[in-house]
Design a protein around this ligand. Structure first.
Ligand SMILES: Cc1ncc(COP(=O)(O)O)c(C=O)c1O
Ligand SMILES: N[C@@H](CCOP(=O)(O)O)C(=O)O
Length: 462
């Protein structure tokens, strides 16, 4: 399996190099050159297997010769051993044809753990073999950062620097990033929003001198391995509900478009997904783009679902690449327009492809809060605000086909919003009970590439 860039001019890489490279050197994102199909019988045979075995069977064709079968099985076993639920991704029923896929039983209580725990193991195995050292730099609106720190803390050959928007993540998210004591963990609070942080990370990748000097690696969903790991739970949920003999729909709370793009890959592999619904909060650029064809940024508005406060949605570039018939030059042109002018117009043909592929909807702040209140009243399920955005949009898309909404974070990560909607403050799991007593360690920096690069140069330990 080979990987190619969405902008068409970066070197073609194998799986391991793609994972360690992060952003392609032409500024694009890597994608497999083809998506390996799964036969109906292969999909059917996933039913009843452990999550780990399903993960092995779904991901194996993408890995090539990077790891032996035995190594890969062991890596997967270690990745999911720390999850707090034996099913890893259990499902609850909200209504006769509406299900909630709980993706928050990992160590940092968000869906990011599914990929990050796996990537941590994959990086360790690859770096042990090569003896290389890397500096991971990531941007976060709260959940990617804590998951990355948890996966890489204390590892010998890795430093991890996480940029988060100062004052725009929940207190639990911030403390998850600022309280680890390991010297290879570095939290940076940036003056700006998530888009600022993500742009800084991409600028670092495009600064080749810096990139090569520090051995830059990325664990945002620009990293293909992140997306791949998230493909698995679409299969696990769908076969539980009768796929491939019966189609299933999914609604995905969306910000950076990584999670829903994983669903798109599952469908491309042959999983019968009827509707794939993009659910946005008031930062609804994706919903507007699908409705109007204009992808136009208009400033991030802070919301009660802060992890989705994103306007420059990184993985949408991967969807555009397919929508434009895998024309890297066309994608590069759109991304230049986005960078220089804050937006672009999607061509009619590409828009038609995207509309046939994705449905979409948005939830206002009031609708999000009301969904948390209503759902706990009707089902006793306490939703986090991101999952509530998903449930609200899913309810407008219900049909005879079972709908699965992805519950992307644990309610205790966003206690203020959940308490305001339910009257009850959700408690953190016992193992995190002292989170608010642990000392914090963070560096505040301006939105200034050279200041952040200097900080990284001076503070990396490897
Ligand atoms: C809790 C939560 N839900 C949903 C999302 C959206 O996921 P994606 O960025 O993959 O679209 C994120 C982060 O982006 C998140 O942290
Ligand atoms: N919501 C994310 C934003 C970064 O997304 P990623 O999937 O590209 O890493 C977060 O919580 O940080």
């Amino acid at each position: 399996m080979q990987y190619i860039s969405t902008r068409g001019t970066a070197p073609v890489l194998d799986f391991e190099a793609t994972m360690l490279t992060g952003l392609a050197r032409d500024g694009g994102l890597y994608l497999p050159d083809h998506v390996p199909p799964m036969k109906m019988s292969e999909i059917a045979s996933l039913a009843g297997l452990s999550y780990e075995e399903q993960a092995y069977l779904v991901m194996r064709p993408f890995i090539g010769s990077a790891f032996t079968d035995e190594e890969f099985r062991e890596i997967i076993a270690r990745a999911y051993a720390g999850f707090g639920h034996p099913a890893r991704a259990p499902m609850k029923q909200l209504a006769p044809n509406h299900f909630l896929l709980e993706l928050f039983h990992g160590p940092t209580l968000a869906f990011k753990d599914f990929a990050m725990q796996l990537i941590g193991q994959l990086f360790q195995a690859a770096l042990k073999r090569s003896g290389d050292r890397v500096t991971i730099v990531g941007a976060t609106s709260g959940d990617t950062g804590s998951a990355a720190i948890e996966a890489f803390r204390g590892l010998e050959n890795v430093d991890v620097f996480i940029l988060y928007p100062h004052g725009r993540v929940s207190e639990v998210q911030r403390r998850q990033m600022t309280t680890p004591t390991e010297s290879n963990v570095h939290a940076i609070a940036v003056d700006g929003d998530f888009d600022t942080c993500q742009a800084l990370v991409k600028d670092m990748f495009n600064d080749f001198e810096f990139r090569d000097e520090v051995g830059l690696a990325g664990v945002n969903s620009i990293n293909w391995a992140r997306v791949l790991a998230q493909v698995v739970y679409y299969f696990s949920a769908a076969v539980t509900l009768g796929a491939p003999h019966r189609p299933v729909s999914f609604t995905v709370p969306t910000g950076n478009f990584g999670d829903i793009f994983a669903g798109y890959i599952a469908r491309s592999m042959g999983l019968p997904i009827e509707k794939l619904v993009v659910a946005t909060n008031q930062n609804d650029i994706l919903h507007r783009a699908l409705a109007t064809g204009g992808y136009v940024t208009d400033g991030v508005k802070p919301s009660i679902s802060p992890s989705m406060d994103i306007q420059v949605s990184s993985n949408f570039e991967r969807a555009l690449f397919d929508a434009y018939g895998r024309d890297g030059a066309a994608v590069a042109q759109l991304m230049d327009e986005l960078k220089s002018g804050g937006g672009f117009q999607i061509s009619q043909g590409a828009l038609q492809y995207l509309r046939e592929t994705f449905a979409s909807g948005r939830a206002s702040e009031e609708e999000t809060a009301a969904t948390i209140t209503r759902t706990v009243g009707a089902t006793a399920e306490v939703l986090c605000p991101h999952s509530a955005v998903g449930v609200h949009v899913a309810e407008a898309n219900l049909s005879a086909t079972p709908m699965v909404t992805l519950a992307t974070a644990h309610p205790a990560k966003f206690p203020d919003a959940v308490e305001a909607a339910t009257g009850t403050r959700p408690a953190l799991p016992e193992r995190m009970a002292d989170l608010f007593e642990r000392p914090e360690r963070v560096t505040r920096l301006p939105n200034d590439l050279s200041a952040i690069e200097s900080h990284i140069r001076e503070n990396r330990t490897v």
